[in-house]
Design a protein around this ligand. Structure first.
Ligand code: SF4
Length: 318
């Protein structure tokens, strides 16, 4: 027989065992927002270094709003999903607009409904920032919480509504920030997708699915897409590559790199190999062709994606 989920057991476990992450030492909403946007698609271990660089250079929304988006992209390079950096910059600029123009006079709003109005902020991020930084009693729902819920309730494929309902029902309102983080921490470190450590779980006694935990929730079938591109990698006489800034749209929007397209004219170019780059739902294969140019650019001065760095490494034989 399962008992009622013990909020106090989970909160005590969280207080005792939570990972020491730098954004857990601040109550500054802007800095917490930076961590949440980074962690949307970057692993915690990699996110720490990016977060430290971002908060040092951009300690306030104003400091980011005054910078060019290229500088944000430069700090973001390697973290992937660059549209986040562009939206974050747009968010900072919107926060700094006067309220008469739809902004917030330079002060990050504290309520989740207002945070939701900002670029790049969805329901999860709005609830996470509002609860963690400002104590608003709102429940967060992310993949970790969905997994904990599915196992606690033996749900094979819980709907968004069902997970929301579970999260709201169990929310510890007096300290929603710690509660939300405790459930997410449990999902990230104990109730993990492949090998849940049920013997270490503070809420095992209320878990209906613990004896066949990995059956819940059902694994989503992700259809991977393949993208084939050609790249024209040209170097000038001093060994600097020709780099162009990409347009506003697409997976590498706003970043710099050698020219890439589905088809390029290869006359006078030499084929030097293929680079494979794996994103969460997409495999990119790039055929790289080598040539000459007049004026190259120092790659250290512009924002490049990991894919571009792999292509440049192929070109220089590193
Ligand atoms: S008992 Fe196991 S399956 Fe259930 S919540 Fe805890 S870690 Fe997850």
């Amino acid at each position: 027989m399962v008992s009622k989920l013990s909020q106090s057991a989970l909160l005590a476990w969280y207080a005792e065992t939570k990972r020491d992450l730098p954004w857990r030492h601040t109550s500054d909403g802007w800095k917490i927002l930076l961590s949440e946007i980074l962690l949307q698609q970057t692993q915690v271990s990699r996110g720490i270094g990016y977060w430290l660089k971002l908060v040092e250079r951009f300690p306030t929304p104003q400091s980011m709003a005054e910078a060019e988006v290229d500088e944000v992209l430069l700090l973001w390079q390697g973290a992937g999903y660059y549209s986040r950096a562009r939206r974050l910059h747009a968010l900072a600029r919107q926060v700094c607009l006067p309220s008469s123009e739809g902004g917030f006079d330079g002060v990050l709003p504290t309520a989740s409904v207002q945070l939701l109005q900002l670029p790049g902020v969805g329901p999860y991020t709005a609830s996470a920032v509002a609860s963690i930084a400002y104590g608003e009693p709102v429940a967060c729902v992310d993949g970790n919480i969905r997994r904990v819920m599915a196992r606690q309730t033996k749900s094979v494929n819980p709907s968004v509504k069902e997970v929301d309902h579970w999260a709201e029902k169990h929310l510890f309102k007096p300290d929603a920030g710690d509660w939300n983080q405790a459930v997410m921490e449990l999902g990230a470190t104990v109730c993990t997708p492949k090998r849940p450590k049920c013997d270490d779980c503070p809420i095992a006694s209320s878990c209906s699915g613990r004896h066949e935990a990995t059956s819940y929730p059902e694994a989503k079938k992700v259809k991977r897409k393949r993208l084939d591109l050609m790249c024209e990698l040209r170097y000038d006489s001093s060994g600097l590559p020709q780099l162009v800034q990409r347009g506003e749209n697409g997976i590498l929007a706003g970043l710099w790199g050698p020219r890439m397209a589905e088809h390029i004219e290869i006359e006078s170019l030499e084929f030097i190999g293929e680079v494979k780059h794996v994103l969460s739902h997409r495999d990119i294969f790039v055929q790289v062709w080598l040539g000459h140019c007049q004026n190259g650019i120092d790659p250290e001065t512009v924002a490049l994606s990991s894919l571009d760095r792999k292509i440049l490494a192929l070109g220089t034989g590193n």
